[in-house]
Each structure stands twice: as C-alpha cells, then as structure tokens.
Design a protein around this ligand. Structure first.
Ligand code: PMP
Length: 389
C-alpha cells in the first residue's frame, strides 16, 4: 500500500497580482524588463508550479530529489541533450553545469586555462572590465583593446587588438548587459594570426542566437537572463582545454574533474537545472534558437526604430553593435526620469531603471519577453512623450 500524506495549508495566501496581462490562463502579470534575474516564460513557471509537489508521479518535488537518483538523472540528461541540440554544441565540447555565477568564472577560467601564463582581454563594458581585473589575480592579464574612452558605445576593430603570441586565451564579453553593446559576429582569432582559444562571456545573450563554435574555445554565463533562475552557471568548453588546471585550483572548479563527474563532482544546483530544462523545452516549442533569434531581431528593431525616431529618448550605442538583449536609453530631459519610471510601473512595465553606473533607463528584451511587452512599452513611451510636449 502506498503511504500518502495530507497536505498542510500553504504558508501564506498568495498576494494579489498587479493585473495587466491577459495571455496567461490563470495569472495576469505586468511585463518585466529586468536585466537579470529576468522574466521567465510563463508556460515554464506554470509547469514548475504544477510539478512543485509531485514531479511526474514520483511523489517528490524536484528540489527534494537526490541528484544521484534516477529521477533527477533523467531530468539532467534531458536538459543537457536539449541544450546541446538547441545550441548545436559539437561533440568535442563538454557542457558543465556549475555554480558561482559568471563572476566566479572570471577566476576559475584563468585557474584552468592560463597555466600561470598570460591572457588577453578585450574590454567593451563593465563585465569585460571585471573579468580583466579578476583574472589579473591568477594570471598575467593584458588589455588587448578597450572602448572605455568612448563610454563603451562601440566595438574595437579586431584587427587593432593587441594579442600576444604567448596568450593562453583571449577573453571577450559577447553582450555587455549594462552598456548594451553586442558582438554580432564572434571574432575569428585564427584569421588574426592568433592560435589562442577564444573565451566568451555570453551570460546575457546565450540562447538568443546561434553560436559559431568553430571560433570558440570556451563560453560561459550565469543562467539568470535567458536560461532560468540564478544559481546555475553554464560552461561549454572544448575537450582539449580540460586537464590544465593549476594545482591550487579548487577541485570543485577544476573543469576536468567536473566534466568527468558529469557535473556531479559535488551537488549541482538541481532545481535551477530542472528549470533551465523547462526553458529549453519551451525554446524548442518556439522553433529553436533560429526562430527565437528572428523574434529577438524583430523586438529589438521595433524598439530601436522607435527610440531613433523620438524627440524625447535616445540610445547612444553605435548602430552596428547595438544589443538585441539590453537596450539602455535616456530621456533627453533627465529631470523626468522618476516620473517616467513611476508611470511605467503604474502601466505594468517593471524594472526599467538603468544600471546605476550608466543612469537613464534600460529595457532588457530577453527570449522570454513577448513582442506584446515591447509594444506595450512603446505605447507607454509614446504617451509619455506626447504628454511632455
Ligand atoms: N557577465 C555578464 C555579461 C553579466 O551580465 C553578469 C550579470 N549581470 C555577470 C557577468 C555577472 O554574473 P553573476 O552575477 O552571475 O556572477
């Protein structure tokens, strides 16, 4: 006979929701433009809610399962396989699910790849700057190029990068979340005469577009923008880069040990992996990365077109490297910022305040932001502009 337990009452009554959205069958929520942790696909949240107490008849919620049990192993394997398919990750790359966030990787990468030598950094915004500074604790970090001089509003021409012949790796950030600058093509280091592997921080544009793996040695990112909840760090690394960690590298951060243990060297962030798995299923249902890229292009284009045509708002990034994911913008009259944000919130448009280091506003249009959210934002901004005139 199967034992069952009676459910205790919930801890607290659910809070009333701010009702502006209609496409969800049972929940009406505002649009959330946060840069991360960021909006999730509603279908994913609903499925996770439905499976919270009992995953697939197992009698357990996912966060109650042993990471070594057959239930979680099946979740893990499906999640990894779906990610490999979605991002077309070649067989000679390993997918690692780690912890510590992208900032921890700034230390973990030199510990694994630099072998105590030198690495070159292309700094196109705050996140690249942080990577460069942190890596300097663990290797000879060199500045190959920087666009700090123009406020991180352009990308430096790869032909101008100062790459050393002895470089263990070359680091770029493919999308600068704060400054809104994105590489629309990864650099071809070989064509620049550089044989070092390219390391890419793709925290904020992962799974928003295809990756040209022939140009990449290692790509990494936190999950909390396009993949799922915070707490999961994705590392995709070419086989030949495993096994070179310096002896001081913590074992839990040694890529070879983590790869050999199938990301279970220690307890992985099981619930975050499960949530990412649901996001991958949702992405596949949207038509995969090529389809989501087309949707992302349409969303970003409509927003930039509106900004460029407006008298009140402006984006300062050079057109050829504007981010599709994070769009910083400024009111030409900054004294209206607070009124803009308060009105946006009242209209069900959340978390539009720009990063404190840049000011102004920022709209993050990740995969899970529907086009209707962008349309609602533009409609609000038009109305705000009209009433300011
Ligand atoms: N790199 C980029 C491009 C980011 O956007 C962020 C977070 N916003 C980070 C690194 C830092 O990530 P974490 O907080 O997960 O360490």
């Amino acid at each position: 006979m199967r034992l069952t337990r009676t459910m205790p009452p919930p801890l607290a009554k659910p809070a009333p929701t701010n009702s502006t959205r209609t496409e969800s069958p049972y929940m009406k929520r505002p649009y959330n433009f946060s840069a991360g942790p960021a909006t999730m696909p509603e279908a994913v949240l609903q499925q996770a809610a439905a499976e919270m107490l009992d995953w697939h008849g197992s009698g357990m919620g996912v966060m109650e399962m042993s990471h070594r049990g057959k239930e979680f192993i099946s979740i893990y394997e499906q999640t990894e396989a779906d990610l490999r398919e979605l991002l077309a990750v070649p067989a000679n790359f390993r997918i690692l699910f780690m912890q510590g966030g992208a900032l921890a990787e700034n230390a973990i990468i030199p510990l694994n790849l630099a072998r105590g030598g030198a690495a070159d950094f292309v700094v196109t915004g705050s996140w690249g700057q942080k990577s460069y500074q942190e890596a300097g604790k663990f290797c000879n970090a060199r500045l190959a190029a920087s666009t700090q001089g123009n406020g991180f509003t352009t990308l430096p021409d790869p032909a101008s990068w100062q790459l050393g012949a002895d470089s263990a790796y070359v680091h770029i950030c493919s999308n600068e979340t704060i400054h809104g600058v994105e590489f629309h093509q990864l650099p071809d280091l070989k064509a620049l005469g550089c044989n070092a592997p390219l390391v890419v921080d793709f925290s904020s544009n992962v799974a928003s577009r295809p990756v040209d793996w022939s140009r990449v040695g290692l790509a990494f990112g936190g999950a909390q923008k396009n993949l799922g909840p915070a707490g999961l760090t994705l590392v995709i690394v070419r086989d030949d880069l495993l096994g070179h960690a310096v002896p001081q590298c913590p074992s839990a951060f040694d890529y070879k040990l983590v790869a050999e243990a199938g990301s279970m060297y220690n307890t992985p962030p099981t619930y975050a992996i499960y949530m990412a798995g649901l996001v991958f299923q949702w992405l596949k249902a949207q038509g995969g990365v090529a389809a989501i890229e087309a949707a992302n292009i349409a969303k970003a284009q409509s927003f930039y077109d509106y900004l460029d045509g407006s008298q009140l708002y402006e984006n300062r990034v050079a057109k050829d490297c504007r981010s599709r994911m994070n769009i910083p913008f400024f009111l030409r009259d900054e004294s209206r910022n607070d009124a803009f944000l308060a009105g946006a919130k009242a209209a069900g448009l959340l978390q539009l305040k720009g990063h404190k280091s840049v000011g102004g506003m920022r709209a993050s249009l990740y995969n899970a932001m529907p086009i209707e959210g962008v349309q609602a934002l533009v409609a609000y901004m038009q109305e705000f502009e009209r009433t300011q005139a």
